[in-house]
Design a protein around this ligand. Sequence first.
Ligand code: BJW
Ligand code: ZN
Length: 240
Amino acid sequence: MRIPIDQDTRVLVLTGAGVSAESGVPTFRDAGGLWEGNRFEDVASPHAFARDPILVWRFYSQRRAGLDGIVPNAAHRAIAALEARLGDRFLLATQNVDGLHAAAGSQRMIELHGNLMTSRCSSCDRAPFEDRQVYRDKQVPVCGTCGGLIRPHIVWFGEPLDGRDLDRVDTFARDAGRHLVFVAIGTSGIVYPAAGIVDEARRAGGSTWLVNADRPANADRFDHVAIGKAGELVPALFGT
Ligand code: BJW
Ligand code: ZN
């Protein structure tokens, strides 16, 4: 199967943890995934950080350390190659925080849920900064400007996504109209607002494709569903 793409087509890609699974990054909700043994409320919410910042930093430090030696796979590369072909007729919105799309060369990209290697102050408006530090037990980094606690630059449950990012996705879909091809790859479609982008794409008049290892709960909202591994299916679907 190959997605029909002509000179008017505009492609909006949404990726989730499944696109990085073949690189060795654990997903969230699969067996052996990140949430196994962790209740997400305990590690990925503002309340968790207020209650136990050491526990939260331990979780994100392990995730940072886990990215050591991890490289993009064939799906990341195929997505970057499609962007190189389409230029401004392409946009990638990723829920992933692992930086693998950028490593594969993606540029027209929005990291909806933040970035694992970036931190920011939880108190002042100092700009987010690159931070690859792994914090050991009992160590919570403190802001040199205001003394507040430094936190991962990640969108936790109950926190709003950046409105400018959502506007950019929305505008891309509406401008593309019936020329829009929306492709969701490796995501369980459970977490909003990302899980609602397929509905926006349909409202805009586009066609919708899903590539996933299994059939997730929202599969019925897609026109085309390809079940299998992203690293095997995406290069063929994009013809890259
Ligand atoms: C493969 C594969 C292979 C495996 N190939 N496939 C509307 C309705 C209901 C609830 C809500 C709603 N709107 C908002 C909410 C609340 C909440 C939410 O959605 N809750 C649901 C759980 C019910 N949303 C929020 O809180 C969001 N904020 C918000 O809406 O704010 C509103 C607001 C406005 C104004 C003021 C205040 C608030 C924020 C959501 C942030 C999500 N953050 C997380 C964790 C932090 C990041 C981190 O630590 O890394 O982001 S949650 C976690 O899930 C992570 C992921 O990005 C996200 C999505 O997961 P993903 O990528 O889909 O992974 P999995 O594991 O679920 O699925 C992987 C899939 O891949 C599986 O299907 C596999 O089969 C497949 N697969 N190998 C292809 N090789
Ligand atoms: Zn500060």
